[in-house]
Design a protein around this ligand. Sequence first.
Ligand code: ADP
Ligand code: MG
Length: 725
Amino acid sequence: MRPNLLYPLFTDLQYLKGIGPALSKRFEKLCGHKVWDLLSLKPTSFIDRRICPPIMTAPEGEIASFEVEIEQHKPPPKKGLPYRVLCRNESGFLNLVFFHAYPDSLLKSLPVGEKRIVSGVVENFGEQKQISHPDIIAKPEDREKVLRLEPQYPLSAGITQKKIRATISQSLATLPDLPEWQDSPQLGFKDALLELHSPENEDDIEGSLQRLAYDELLAGQLAQGLVYQQTTKKSGAKIQPRQENLIEKLITALPFKLTSGQDKAIDEIFTDMQSGNRMFRLLQGDVGCGKTAVALVAMVAAVANKKQAVLMMPTTLLATQQLNWIKSVTQNLDIRTELLTGNEKGAKRADILKNLKSGEIDILVGTHALFQDWVEFADLGLIVIDEQHRFGVLQRLKLSQKNEQAHILLMTATPIPRTLTIAFFGEMDISRITEKPAERLPIETLVMPFNQSTTSPNPSYKEGKYKDFSNPSYEEGDTRKTSPLIGGIEGGNDKIISALRRAISNGEKIFWICPLVSESEKTDLAAAEERYKFFSKIFGNKVGLVHGKMKEQQKNEVLQKFINGEHQLLIATTVIEVGIDVRDATIMFIEHAERFGLSQLHQLRGRVGRGDKKSTCILLYAGKLGQASEERLKVMKKYNDGFKIAEEDLKIRGAGEIMGTRQSGFKEFKFAEMPEQQEDLFQAREEARKILQSDPKLLSARGKNLRLLLSLFEYDETMEYISAG
Ligand code: ADP
Ligand code: MG
């Protein structure tokens, strides 16, 4: 329940004066639909309207303001020429220039003989100074109101700065007085918002942003603290792992020796699971570091204690793959593992559900289908969620409520920089695997241009017929040369074809990731099919195709052929981004790599280099590279380490964008800047801890005000949590 006090802030913008349905849609796009969203819009810069130079020395091209007397109106002598209004003050003459003017309204706003304040960009006109279409025309008594720092907001199609400013000042007028929730604030919340949008001077802006950002960080950390309290103070299923020789058997059965990072994570998990409290742990580790094995050891520990375990995967394809792997390594352990996805139907499904409820099934692997209420366990001891960023925060909460005793292990390969981990996952304990299995060689990454048209279906295609980009004579007018900054290899499409030919005859397995053509899956699919046709003409049935629109079974069949070597060149859309494990795939081409984000490129690249063979990833780009894309490709070329790449990503994009994808369920920061404000984040974390230690249910006087803060930043659901618990 949102407190009444906050209603003005949560009012829909469309109820404000001067905002119709069309405009409110545009506002929605710009910032969101509530008054609070609009007030959270940070100005991008400020225009200083206080600069009032003498007219004759006012610098050309800069914004200046003048108090002038209106001397004379000069309507255009003939069509096509502007309307001019001559003004003066003691420092000289100033012309105001208007194209397509309405003389009546100009005569009204600039009456001859009266004084006005005008402001705008100064232009030279021969010996004279002029302003075309002044931004401001105001009466002298409004001087204070208009000659100030004027905030500029992010641009959005169809909303003028003037409209944004007017709507903001209308909103500011409705701001309620809220009781103070900070301990010793330098500046109140309301004043901070007022100063952000109408600052007296530059220092105001910094102070107000500081206050608002800290409010935001504290709210986030309190919310996490509340969730943490609620989940961990529950008692958890008692699991005594080390006493069971089933674990020893499993570890011996694994086809590899666990890395020390895996060992450490397992220890941490075991400590949690036997503590008597419920585990709520995030296992973070780069693609290929072996998180599945860790999860399996934990699951088998639950089974050894006569409990069940469940492993949740984001896609059926991955679930199937994990199931097969688990079955193969546990085949001599007398553990029953089953699969439950949307595909198991009818009698099969009923059978699984029955055996689950009776406790016959030890480990269940599945997808979102597992969230459903009708999936009941006999005695669930451990819940593992893989690639957890695919599941929203609410699903996370819902799942943790499914069985109050069951331990929870979330796994993510999104290598989030440390600060963000705290900001977004602070409510969990965290294990990090920072190393890869020793046998792994770093993946060599190349960046090169790629001429797309060559791969259009073209029956007359013959190798060698195409122009060779490495031939200097072909450089003329070609924008697809390797950028010198990247320093990749020179080469053209037929080089790629012959490289593919060589690789295939050497028995290598190759991924070819198709371009991200647009936001629409349909067009991406078309591109993949086109590539598939093209390569099939050259390499016949060595080529396979997988994409998201295929039926699970079809997908699995193709993948199986790739695994057993029937297919050696797998054309894929980004469905293979997550988790697919083909150990001996050694080459990956990513077409239109410049269109992918860093974390996606890294995830994709992680599909090769999983075995002990040297692997290569070739990032192909088309057209001229923008600065940001070039930056990204350079980072990919330079680094293999996901955490490092994530840090770089944070530098390039900022926290909001990294965490801001809608499906991830993360909240973006409105005010705080990461990593710049990490000190504030740590401080907020400390403070939130102290607060909850002394006032775990936020019932004190300050606690009640802090509830307002939580509600303000829309963490209401975490509060329902405490009032229930
Ligand atoms: P991720 O952390 O990305 O989920 P996986 O669990 O899929 O990684 O493991 C990637 C590959 O590495 C798998 O083929 C797995 O069998 C293998 N693997 C896991 N642990 C080790 C290890 N300690 N030594 C060698 N290979 C390992
Ligand atoms: Mg995995």
